[in-house]
Structures are given as structure tokens and as C-alpha cells.
Design a protein. Structure first.
Length: 299
């Protein structure tokens, strides 16, 4: 039987998932072929155990990908569809469509024995795609929390959700965060939103621009991961790290940061403009690699 703390954590996780589902479903009502939202919904419904709805959104995503002649995306989706095709006749039909699409215009004889390197690369691409979808879901859940608390109007919430979907589809290296979208829209209530979030989450706001961030600390989180997910190490305290996190509700991101750094981390928020300025100031140079030290990678 789960302990009271475990039960509360499970309830909190389910609440955040359902908030994200509500946010993404609002997006697909407006933009039915939004790939990020369809993918996130398929994962979210699978997480809450509604496999029928998960398959429905996965099928819709496949349809969008095939209509766009996106072979790379189709190859990535094939593995997910194949996993459920044995027990699901609709998934079998979808799998057949993917196979027909991938076979079209290819030589009669195909090499199915993929090298270990290619298999690992495809696995890495799938993991990164799922991580990005999870991150967007967490940001939409953050926006939903602000909306429910009255910190965002319905119009502001809809605009933020649309911006997040658009930004997350951008192949450029940009930060996908609620705070950045509010800053970019010159929202006059940004500091009030920060104050509310700090009270609600228990994560304080710090004046990041006043810190003399050392490169050795800054470089403990890979630059691409730092920028894309809005997280930055800014100070070391003994063996622990002090870390800016632009979404304090994103617990899975905290776990990933501590896995990457192999440190215990203490979290703070900051203005998105201060975050960007610090990245601009310290992120220009590649981190120096100590002799015999392997490069940090994002698994």
C-alpha cells in the first residue's frame, strides 16, 4: 500500500498530466494537424492508461506525417505503432500504411540489419523527441496553473499555448518556456506571475544578473540542453549546485539535471531576460575540456 507521500506525489503527477491534456486538446481544436500537440496527447493518454485515446491521437499523428511526406518522422513513429499492432486491429492498419509509405520509391531489396550505431542513433532521436514533447506538456501545464489561479486571462492563456506550440516546432535552438513567451509579448504582469509562482511552488526568485557566474559552473549543464529546456547552473555550494529553473513545476527536468550533473541541486527562478543575458555572456565560448576528461553528452 503506498504511503501518504507517495499517494500525494501520484495525485500531483496525474493532475499535471490532465492539465497538459486539456491544454493540448485546446490547441488541436484550433490546429488539428499540430504534430507536437498530437504526439504529446498520445503520450499523455498512454500515461494515464487510456490506451484507446492514446492510439487515436497516434493515428492522427501518423496521418499528418504521411500527408506531409515526412519519411524521418514516419520511421520514428513506426516503432511505436508496431508495439501495439498485435493487440489492436486499427494499429495494424496504420502500420500497414506506414510500411507502404516507406516502401514507396525504394529498391525492391532492403537491408533490415541495421548497424548498432544507427540503432543507437534512432533510439536517441526517439528519446529526445519524447523529452521535448514532455517538456512542452510541462510548460502548458504551467500556463494552465497560471490561468486557473487568475494570473492569466483566457486570451493570454490561449496566446501562450499557441506560442509554445509554434516555438517547439522550430528546429532552431530556442528556449521553450512560459516565462519567455510572456516576456516576448511584453506582458505587464510578468513580475507578478513570477511572484505568484514563487509562492505557489516554493521556489524563490533570484536576481541572476547580480551573480558572478563562473564558466566551470555554467558549463556543468550542456549548452544545448540548458537553452532548450530553460535550466542553468549558476553557483556551487560545497558539492551541491544552485540552479535556475524557468519552470519550477517540472519535476522530471529536475531529475534529468541532477542525473546530468551528478550533483544535488537547489532550485531558483529568474527573469527570462536575465537568463538570456547570462547565456549570451557565457555561452559564446565552447567549454574547455580538461585533459583526459570525456565530453558531457545528453543521453
Amino acid at each position: 500500500m503506498p504511503s501518504p507521500d507517495e499517494s500525494r506525489q501520484q495525485e500531483d503527477l496525474e493532475s499535471r498530466v490532465w492539465n497538459a491534456i486539456a491544454a493540448f486538446e485546446q490547441i488541436v481544436e484550433t490546429i488539428p494537424d499540430d504534430k507536437v500537440s498530437l504526439e504529446a496527447l498520445s503520450h499523455a493518454y498512454e500515461q494515464v492508461g487510456d490506451l484507446s485515446r492514446a492510439r487515436e491521437y497516434l493515428t492522427r499523428l501518423v496521418n499528418v506525417v504521411l500527408d506531409a511526406d515526412d519519411r524521418d518522422a514516419a520511421e520514428l513513429l513506426r516503432e511505436r505503432v508496431a508495439r501495439i499492432s498485435d493487440a489492436d486491429p486499427i494499429a495494424r492498419v496504420t502500420l500497414a500504411r506506414i510500411d507502404a509509405f516507406l516502401a514507396a520509391g525504394t529498391p525492391q531489396v532492403k537491408e533490415f540489419n541495421l548497424s548498432t550505431e544507427r540503432h543507437e542513433e534512432e533510439s536517441r532521436m526517439v528519446e529526445e523527441s519524447e523529452r521535448r514533447s514532455s517538456h512542452v506538456a510541462a510548460e502548458l501545464s504551467f500556463a494552465w496553473t497560471l490561468f486557473q489561479a487568475g494570473e492569466l486571462t483566457q486570451e493570454e492563456y490561449a496566446a501562450v499555448a499557441q506560442d509554445l506550440s509554434t516555438i517547439s516546432s522550430n528546429p532552431a535552438l530556442v528556449t521553450v518556456s512560459v516565462l519567455h513567451t510572456l516576456h516576448d509579448r511584453a506582458n505587464r504582469n510578468l513580475e507578478r506571475v513570477l511572484a505568484f509562482t514563487a509562492r505557489d511552488s516554493g521556489v524563490p526568485v533570484i536576481p541572476l544578473s547580480l551573480f558572478d557566474v563562473q564558466e566551470s559552473v555554467f558549463n556543468m549543464i550542456p549548452r544545448e540542453f540548458m537553452i532548450r529546456y530553460g535550466v542553468m547552473a549558476f553557483e556551487q555550494m560545497g558539492a551541491d549546485l544552485l540552479v535556475v529553473l524557468l519552470n519550477p513545476y517540472n519535476k522530471s527536468l529536475r531529475e534529468k539535471v541532477e542525473s546530468l550533473t551528478n550533483r544535488r541541486c537547489h532550485y531558483f527562478m529568474a527573469l527570462p531576460a536575465d537568463f538570456d543575458a547570462m547565456v549570451e555572456r557565457l555561452g559564446r565560448k565552447e567549454p574547455a575540456k580538461a585533459e583526459g576528461t570525456p565530453p558531457v553528452s545528453i543521453p
